[in-house]
Design a protein around this ligand. Structure first.
Ligand code: F6P
Length: 362
């Protein structure tokens, strides 16, 4: 039976989103002869408008190596708490009814929602209100439960690893400490894996509150023993024992997610003060999310996109595609959202880092 699918990408962008869009469009068109509609700018495109574009083989041609999302995205448009300006003030309103109405207007049978924890929570809420939704897990932070890995993460780890390789030579030449701040709000996967791959000396994660005294001891021991430079990788969500995260803007201020950033400055100032060692800060920021996806993420995005189409064919609504071992499987969206996939401080990966002499802040 002929169907029309809609697809939207929500939350922060991430390398591999276009691979998912292309996978959905190609599988829906070539395998089933279905039509696909793209919704613009995440749920915003259903709150306003509706704002949509038809998607066919022609307009997904050539997008596989492109970063970002051809549909646009937003990490502020939660329809259940949507920022609306009233009498000069921004208030949060539940506009989910408008989303459901606009979805009916575009005449699609089902919706593919590609996003992280926040976006998939919205998808789940809409699904309980009767919308036929399937989910695709996305985030460079790799903090979503239920899938072994999210697409975008592999690319981010590659970008950070390359940066660490480059920073080694300049740190060594100048006998400096380099504090490299990477993304990872609640989970330190990017810091941990890129730190291991890029041979960091210290890695600081949100899961292990760090002891600045011990960090400085490790840098000093290294300076005495062999090397007058050190590379410190710190997740934006890491914080000292007894302290808190460094917040740039609260969720209330952004009308979305809390904006972190700046812990690297704190760590660098402490190293300079305690060790009298010249220290520089490098904040990699959105470079980690931009640009072309790695082959792994292109393949995973393609597999997730095609599997999402199969979920719709099987009418497995309210489910999300997930990588389990080597296979793409389906799990209820509610099993993936709510609590996060975080680094286990006692797990094998942290153990391996410590076994090769990386200081983990404790
Ligand atoms: O959730 C992914 C992420 O990359 C976080 O690690 C980071 O804190 C956040 O997005 C930044 O989002 P933006 O600056 O786009 O609002």
């Amino acid at each position: 039976m002929s169907k029309t699918l809609a697809i939207l990408t929500g939350g922060g962008d991430c390398p591999g989103l276009n691979a998912v869009i292309r996978g959905v469009v190609r599988a829906a068109t070539l395998k089933h002869g279905w039509k696909v509609i793209g919704i613009l700018d995440g749920f915003d495109g259903l709150v306003e408008g509706p704002r949509v574009v038809p998607l066919d083989l022609g307009n997904v041609r050539g997008i596989l190596p492109k970063g970002g999302t051809i549909l646009g995205t937003s990490n502020r448009g939660n329809p259940f708490a949507f920022p609306v300006r009233e009498n000069g003030e921004v208030v949060l309103r539940d506009v989910s009814g408008t989303v459901i109405e606009n979805f009916k207007k575009i005449g699609a049978d089902a919706l593919v929602v590609v996003g992280g924890d926040g976006t998939l929570k919205i998808a789940r809420q809409l699904s309980t209100r009767g919308l036929k939704v399937v989910g695709v897990p996305k985030t460079i932070d790799n903090d979503l439960r239920g899938t072994d890995v999210t697409f975008g993460y592999n690319t981010a780890v590659g970008i950070v690893t390359e940066a660490l390789d480059r920073l080694h030579s300049t740190a060594e030449s100048h006998h400096r400490a380099m504090v490299v701040e990477v993304m990872g709000r609640d989970a330190g996967w990017i810091a941990l894996e890129s730190g291991i791959a890029g041979s960091a000396d210290v890695i600081l994660l949100p899961e292990i509150p760090f002891d600045m005294g011990r960090v400085c001891e490790a840098i000093e021991t290294r300076r005495q023993r062999c090397c007058r430079f050190s590379i410190i990788v710190v997740s934006e969500g890491a914080f000292p024992k007894g302290g808190g995260k460094v917040v740039q803007a609260t969720a209330e201020q952004t009308h979305g997610v809390e904006r972190l950033g700046g812990v690297s400055r704190f760590v660098a100032d402490e190293i300079e003060r305690r060790l009298d060692m010249e220290t520089r800060v490098v904040v990699l920021g959105h470079v980690q999310r931009g640009g072309t996806p790695s082959p792994f993420d292109r393949i995973l995005g393609t597999r997730f996109g095609t599997a999402a189409v199969e979920l719709i064919e099987q009418e497995k609504f309210g489910h999300m595609v997930a990588l389990r071992g080597r296979a793409v499987d389906a799990i209820p969206i509610e099993d993936a959202v709510g609590s996060l996939n975080r680094v286990d401080p006692e797990g094998q990966l942290v153990q391996a880092a410590e076994d090769v002499g990386i200081m983990m802040g404790r």
